[in-house]
Write a protein that binds this ligand. Sequence first.
Ligand code: NBP
Length: 479
Amino acid sequence: AAANIGVVGLAVMGSNLARNLASREGNTVAVYNRSRTKTDELVQAHPEAGFVPAFSYEEFAASLSKPRTAIIMVKAGGPTDAVIDELVKVFEPGDIIVDGGNAYFPDTIRREKAVRDTGINFVGAGISGGEEGALLGPSIMPGGSDESWTTLGPILKSIAAVAEGEPCVTHIGHNGAGHFVKMVHNGIEYADMQLIAEAYDLIRRGTGKTPAEIADIFAEWNKGELESYLIEITAEVLRQIDAETGKPLVDVILDQAGAKGTGAWTVQTALSLGVPVSGIAEATFARSLSSHPEQRAVASILPGPGTDFAVDDADAFIEDVRQALFASKIIAYSQGFDEIRAGAAEYDWTIDLGAVSKIWRGGCIIRAQFLNRIADAYAEQPELPVLATSPYFADALTRGQAAWRRVVIAATQAGIPSPAFSSSLAYYDGIRADRLPAALVQGQRDFFGAHTYKRIDKEGTFHTLWSGDRTEIEAEDTH
Ligand code: NBP
């Protein structure tokens, strides 16, 4: 037994994670892949890593010191179950199996329970940052038991990204908590990307600026409160010229956005938890809408407002868009953290929301300065019910709301879709409203389904005899 940690699955993520582990003081890394070639290639390409290759699960288990710790980095779903089944056969009680793939958190809850029954620890760990993150330092969101964190914590801390001196990893909570938080991270990523894309589209169509000129605007924004990895790479993408045509690359890329499903999971989960993550939902739907060329071709006959969109004062409009972007971003993150809070309550996890925002400051796709402000907000008020109402964010929304409204009005009048901007504003106006037309919805529900309603002026549950004499009676609560 020569290795203290092992990696199963040596495609791009697994091999980079194995190299990252091997580069840290004190680690010897055992590696195994279903098909032998990947193992041979990795070991030959990186002699400096001192990998201990294994060519069967038995050999892999024998090469690990106890308690054995192995990180699985294979395709999520069936392949993950297949590897767990094999590892359970060769591991012993007290050993630790970590799934670092993009598992759907209910699968992680199921697997954790099944593996725990054998006495082996199972940790579902969300890993963000793509290939580069895996190699140089990802943001890691591990779930699992406290016991497994004792062994695993120092190893994960050694390979995670570092932000302001702190490793971007924390024990999120039990069983599926880590993969749940990773899922919401990806959902927020969808919203952030869509908001940036809408800002770009509005500036381009409103001011006629070229992608390269807009790249300069984003580079400038990246020096202020919007500073983030996504803004930074947006500038790089917009500046890129296609070698073949000489055109901006963004103009030759097909405008159909793909998705691997984590945005949809975030929205589906939010729907079942009853959490309005409208920014993430609109971003996910915007990708779906873009990916139906047959529908878009047919619908192109539908008319727009019939006027050209050209703003009078380009600089003022660009500043309005910047403020609208920041305000909408606050709402998207506020909604995402709301989903984590609701998930924790539903699945009985204790999740420190401030710690979550801190481990997203480095290594992952949504890394940003902004996350420090979220950490501050939860440090001041751990039970904060709506993140957007914390003093810093409430102040930003107060300052930005007029610009935000102007941008949504301009987009609507010009016929430019801005689903994430406008739905975020609608959420803002909804959540702050003194009274909502939900009262009428309750009346309608009571009318056709006797679903009952509550009154503002007295306790109890009521029903109006709509098909009778329309008097009101006290009723059983049928919400
Ligand atoms: P892939 O998701 O492409 O999976 C390929 C790996 O799965 C190979 O090692 C393959 O072995 C192995 N595998 C399969 Br497929 N079926 C197997 C089975 N039945 N038994 C054993 N091994 C099996 O690799 P990836 O892109 O490196 O991603 C790994 C994980 O990390 C995924 O869950 C992914 O969602 C997650 N992730 C990826 C990124 C990213 O940027 N790519 C970021 C964050 C998380 P073989 O070589 O024998 O076919």
